[in-house]
Design a binder for this molecule. Structure first.
Ligand code: SF4
Length: 71
């Protein structure tokens, strides 16, 4: 049996900006990333606050932000 992640729900939670209520993956970054990558999305922490709150976590939305902000 794998040991529980020592960062889950503690250190990770301090950096989690996700506003989606009740998600069981908050603070468990490996599960969050796996879940969103499977949907061609990125986690909440890849987006600024205003975009994060739209719950559009798509690769396309991320690419729009990158292109809009330039090099
Ligand atoms: S980004 Fe998605 S998977 Fe991660 S905590 Fe928020 S709702 Fe859950």
């Amino acid at each position: 049996m794998r040991a529980a992640c020592p960062n889950a729900k503690t250190a990770n939670a301090k950096f989690c900006n996700c506003s989606y209520p009740g998600c069981p993956r908050q603070g468990i970054c490996c599960e969050c990333l796996r879940y969103h990558l499977g949907l061609r999305q990125l986690p909440a922490c890849c987006f600024p606050e205003a975009v994060e709150r739209t719950y559009d976590r798509s690769f396309e939305r991320f690419a729009q932000l990158v292109n809009a902000n330039g090099p």
